[in-house]
Design a protein around this ligand. Sequence first.
Ligand code: UT7
Length: 329
Amino acid sequence: MNECPISKIAGTGFAVPDKILTNQDLEKIVDTSDEWITSRTGIKTRHIVSDDVENSDLCVEASKKALDEAGVRNEDIDVIIVATVTGDVNFPATACYVQEKLGAVNAAAFDVMAACSGFIYGLNIGNGLFIANNVQNVIVIGSETLTRITNWEDRNTCVLFGDGAGAAVLQPSTGDKGILATYMKSDGRLSYLLMNPGHNPIKEYFDHEGKKMLPVINMQGREVFKYAVRSMEEAMYKVLERGNVSINDVDLLITHQANIRIIDTLAERTGINREKVYINVDRYGNTSAASVPIALDEARKKGLLPEGSLCLMTVFGGGFTWGAVLVRF
Ligand code: UT7
C-alpha cells in the first residue's frame, strides 16, 4: 500500500450525446427483442452521437465539469490523457484536439489505447506522473464514439454499445486521500476475440467462422464474458491486497459496465453486498473507456462516495486488457 497516496481525484464530470436509442428502436433495425437484450445484457437504452459531434467534443464537455469542480483553469492543466479506441482521427492524438479546444496551452497531451480498460490505465499513468514530472493537474478522460465502429447489421454486437465521455482531474494528494493501489494486466494472445481490424492494407483478419472481419467491432461474446469475469475478479483481489483492505471495507464497487450478468457474477463471486455495486449499464450500454468514469461521476454526484469512503474500480476490455484502482475519497 502507498502509505501516502501520490495523487487524489479532485473533480469528475461526464457527457453523453442527447440522442437515445432504445431496445424498441433496435427491434426495427435487426432481428432482436427488448426481452432478449434486457435479460441477456441488462441494457435498455444507449446514447448515440450525432454526425456533427466529435469524440474530442464529448471529452471537452466532460472535462469542463471535472475542471470546474477541481477549480482548475485550463492554462493550469499540465497533462491531458485521453483513453479511447475511437479517436477523432488516426493521428494525432484526440488529447491534442482536446488541448486545442480547451485552450490548455501549457499541457502535454497524449492518448492511451487499452480499449475498455483505458480509463483505469490512464489513471495509473496519470498517478505515476506525479512522482517524476513535477505536475499539479492531470486530467484523465475516457471517451468513445463506439457507434461509429458498430456493425448495425450484426445483432450480436449492435445492441451493446453506446457513446459518451467521463473525466477525472488528478492533483497531488494531501493526507490519506487518493489512489491507494493500482493494477494493470494484458494478454495479447487473446486479441482476436475482441477487435476492430480497421482498414489494414497488408493483412486480412478472419473470425472464428472463417469470415473476413469488417472494419467494425468484432467480438466473440461468450468467450469475452468468461475472461471478463475472471480478469476483473483477479484485478479486484490484487488491489485489495495491495491496499491492505478487504472486500468488506469497500463502500462502492464500480465495474466496467458491459453486461449486468457480468456485474452480478462478480458481486456473487467476491461476496460484496449488492447494494454497494454501482450500475448504469441499463441507461448507457457499454461505452468502453467511458464506462467507469461516467459511473464514477454519477456515483459521486449522488453522494455515494462521501469523504473517507473507499471506491474500487475495475475494468476489462480488448487486448485483452484489465485492471483496477482503489481510491480513498
Ligand atoms: O467491453 C468489453 C467487454 N465486453 C463484454 O464484456 C461483453 C461480454 N459478452 C457478453 O456480454 C455476452 O456474451 C453477449 C451479451 C454479447 C451475448 O450474450 P450470450 O448470452 O453470451 O449470448 P450468445 O452469444 O451465446 O448467443 C445466444 C443466442 C444465439 O442464438 P442461438 O445460436 O442460441 O440460436 C444468438 O444468435 O442469442 C442469439 N442472439 C440474439 N438474439 C436476439 C445474439 N444476439 C442477439 C440479439 N437478439 N441481439
